[in-house]
Design a protein around this ligand. Sequence first.
Ligand code: CA
Length: 229
Amino acid sequence: MTALNAKVLIVEDEEKIAVLLQDYLQHAGMDCVCLANGMEVVPWLNANQTDLIILDLMLPGRDGLVICQEIRSFSSVPIIILTARVDMVDRICGLNSGADDYICKPFAPEEVVARAKAVLRRVEPIAVVPSPESGVVLDPDRIMAYVNGHSVALTMVEFNLLQLLITSQGRILSRSQIMEQLYDDRRTVNDRTIDCHIKKLRKKLDDADPTANFVHSVYGVGYRFDPTL
Ligand code: CA
């Protein structure tokens, strides 16, 4: 997902702020819809698709944090929270609200645009890069990999993980970098989850071709895809 043509839902009851945000985000190529009442958000999401939500906390009708938590029960759409209260920041983080980012008021609109772009980039699907020279070819339609001609059925997470490693070939990826790329909702994962997926992926690749050795652990740092080692 790039910022261009991304759909953004702005939930903000202060009209001046809503209009300012809309102006800046639309100038950056995003399509915006504004809602001013907290009660409207979930019904709107049930009827419409959006790529990002910018959500004020203090809203008429319903509290922003409650809305955020409810959205997380049915959607992983990225959410950036706006708050006028710095003392709320700890609560936002501590409550596991499911927000992807937060911005304190008063803010520069340019900052909101930059954060919105960053969040949208994070959920961008990784481009398909088959890597025949490494002996691995990915088939996104079937969620399969071919290792030196041997087929390997993968889960979606394993497929995305392998794709990420291949596209970063030779570069060491830390667990948190892998997490950021693979999940837009990081509440549900931790380092051990990543290790577990890597272990399963390695076993599948190894079963397909025991002579191939692609995914290397770098102690204390992370993982690296390198078929030449
Ligand atoms: Ca407000």
